[in-house]
Design a protein around this ligand. Sequence first.
Ligand code: APR
Length: 246
Amino acid sequence: MNEALARAAALLREARHATAFTGAGVSVESGIPPFRGPGGLWSRVDPAFIEIGYFLEHPAESWRRIKGIFYDHFGQAQPNAAHFGLAALEAAGRLRSVITQNIDDLHQQAGSREVIEFHGSSRWLLCLECGRREAVHAGSLAALPPRCGCGGLLKPDFIFFGEGIPEKSLQRSYQEAAQADLFLVIGSSGEVQPACQIPVLARNRGAKLIEINPHPSHFTPIADVFLQGPATKAVSELIKELGLRN
Ligand code: APR
């Protein structure tokens, strides 16, 4: 059993309040590519279509791209062993919450209950006229751009470039950064503000930081333990080391 894994398991056992912070990398083994790094979505697709100004000016074209990428393709993804492992840690009382930058709902589908969606969720549509939120269903995107019953334009309930972080998610994340004595950072490049500040705030207060990533990231220099490898492998090994079932 390697030294880093033993150290990470010990930190999880000793933690009073552990929080997970996940990025696109935790969903890569569910078939959703990361945004950056090898095979990153933004290296193949210009993200302009998901900038809020473009969306408001060209809703039909923006929605055509959004539907193709975030619903037709990614929408079929299923949780992987890393998502299930985090849910098992929470169920065993070893993890208090998951702060995720992802909009894919896979943590909730795996059974995690305390999930803070820092960038919102693709599972809801928001009316820009009346503010009504509705769950995405099979017929939601039959006509583009989708319209609310009030006639208003519907937008996916995740943040676009140029939008602010949902206030409630921001506050709850700051609370976790203030209370946690351990952050488990999985699959994030640490490039996107203000999300990537959350683990740093906790670390600066004295929380320990475990990172899981096949490649070094902006978090690696401040990690107490760096488990280099894919999320499913490292999380499954941690679960096993803690005597839990994934
Ligand atoms: N397991 C764990 N990590 C992985 C795996 C894997 N199997 N495969 C890749 N990774 C890592 C990459 O090495 C990279 O560090 O996942 C990270 C993905 O980085 P990004 O694509 O930048 O994802 P993230 O940090 O979540 O980006 C933040 O950028 O475009 C915005 O809103 C979008 O939420 C996203 C935000």
